[in-house]
Write a protein that binds this ligand. Structure first.
Ligand SMILES: [Zn+2]
Length: 398
């Protein structure tokens, strides 16, 4: 388990901890911008002189810029600080069928976005991604790019720097595409599991500063979960924590891409809903999940029934997660949230029926592609912003 407490405002007193204080100040500017130096000192508990030294350094490094001017009574006009929006990150949400590539500024605002069909061959994929990133860079000559973040439908081993497990994107595990993209763009590439990226997005950009136990369930071609427990992102051995999607609920059930049978994923993913629809309407070949949602929107009873079955399966599978983790909040990420008014209550009902003590966790939707992309922005930035200092991955210390 690796802690990622970005909002830690405990400051360090020793000289060797200058980097920790730098991370604290940078995060306070990020969270509360525009903010004056006086307020930075007050909120952080650091001395005014220390805050001045750190902010001068951040301004020299072009992480922070002046403005806008604040207004105070008595005619004084303190100078406010904010993040430099000309620092940018290139991101990709790699999915089995489609990949979304984007350019975002340091505040997670997207300045350009493009979707491409994901090539089955990772070598062809790398070529497309690098060409798209280079086009983004040419289109924004004023920006300073910090690096590349990619969210994956699988698990990535930090030690070997290789993708270990991606049952819905098998060929990509045999090729070191991280290294190929690094060589192609000349920038560092950070990889993260899609569900973990969504946890990062919630913790970094969301309003969940006080939530310590959070689960993200990503529902797309497969089903993944990201676990934020006691204020830390759980990774586990080989980075494999959170594979609830591959817990077999019925050993005689349908074949799963992981090699097992009857996993939660084969009942609750987008592919499951398509299978349900196809079973009741055998002439429906070639339909994708977006088509199914559109059919449901237009009142197709069989499409509604297929999605309803999927929603029940999402909710009933959450019971094992809730029994094990007991999160305060569960964030559902995926296209199915487009019709949350219809399927959200089905999921909530399943969860409510299984609560052992007290209130059920809050369940809410998040917008899929954007949540994953925002998470990868945080993934790249956390290296600079972590209270543990520059170049150190977030939260090696807290
Ligand atoms: Zn499986």
């Amino acid at each position: 388990m690796r802690p990622i407490n970005f909002t830690n405002t405990q400051v360090a007193s020793s000289e060797t901890a200058r980097d920790i204080n730098r991370g604290v100040v940078l995060n306070l500017i990020r969270r509360r911008q525009p903010i004056s130096r006086a307020d930075l000192a007050r909120v952080s508990g650091l001395q005014r002189s220390t805050v001045s030294l750190i902010t001068e350094q951040l301004i020299r490094e072009k992480w922070v810029v002046y403005g806008p001017l604040g207004r105070l009574p008595r005619g004084r006009r303190p100078t406010f600080l904010r993040l430099n929006e000309e620092r940018a990150i290139l991101v990709a949400d790699l999915r089995p069928d489609q990949t979304t590539l984007a350019v975002a500024d340091v505040n997670g605002r997207f300045l350009g976005q493009e979707a491409v069909k994901t090539p089955a061959d990772p070598r062809a994929g790398v070529e497309v991604f690098v060409a798209t990133f280079q086009r983004f860079m040419r289109a924004h000559p004023n920006l300073v790019f910090e690096g590349v973040g990619i969210s994956l439908p699988g698990r990535f081993d930090e030690k070997t720097q290789r993708v270990l497990f991606a049952p819905n994107l098998k060929k990509w595990t045999d090729f070191d595409f991280k290294d190929a993209i690094e060589r192609g763009t000349g920038m560092g590439v950070e990889l993260e599991n899609a569900a973990n990226a969504c946890v990062l997005a919630e913790v970094w950009f969301g309003h969940t500063e006080t939530v310590r136990d959070l689960m993200v369930v990503t529902v797309s071609e497969g089903l993944g979960t990201g676990i934020f427990v006691n204020g830390h992102l759980a990774r586990g051995l080989n980075g494999m924590a959170g594979e609830f999607g591959h817990v077999p609920l019925n050993p005689q059930g349908p074949q799963c891409t992981c090699g097992g049978r009857g996993c939660w994923e084969v009942y609750a993913s987008n592919r499951a809903a398509l299978r349900y629809y196809h079973e009741s309407s055998p002439s429906s070949n070639g339909l994708n999940f977006q088509d199914l949602l559109t059919l449901a929107e237009s009142g197709d009873a069989l499409a509604v029934k297929a999605l309803d079955r999927m929603a029940h399966a999402i909710g009933s599978g959450m019971r094992m997660v809730i029994a094990g983790i007991s999160p305060e909040e569960i964030v559902v990420v995926g296209d199915v949230t487009r019709q949350w008014h219809r399927f959200g209550p089905v999921i909530e009902e399943e969860v409510r029926a299984a609560v052992l003590v007290g209130k059920p966790p809050r369940i809410r939707p998040a917008e899929g592609v954007m949540a994953r992309l925002r998470g990868t922005v945080a993934l790249v930035l956390q290296k600079h912003f972590a209270p543990s200092g520059r170049g150190v991955q977030a939260g090696k210390t807290t």
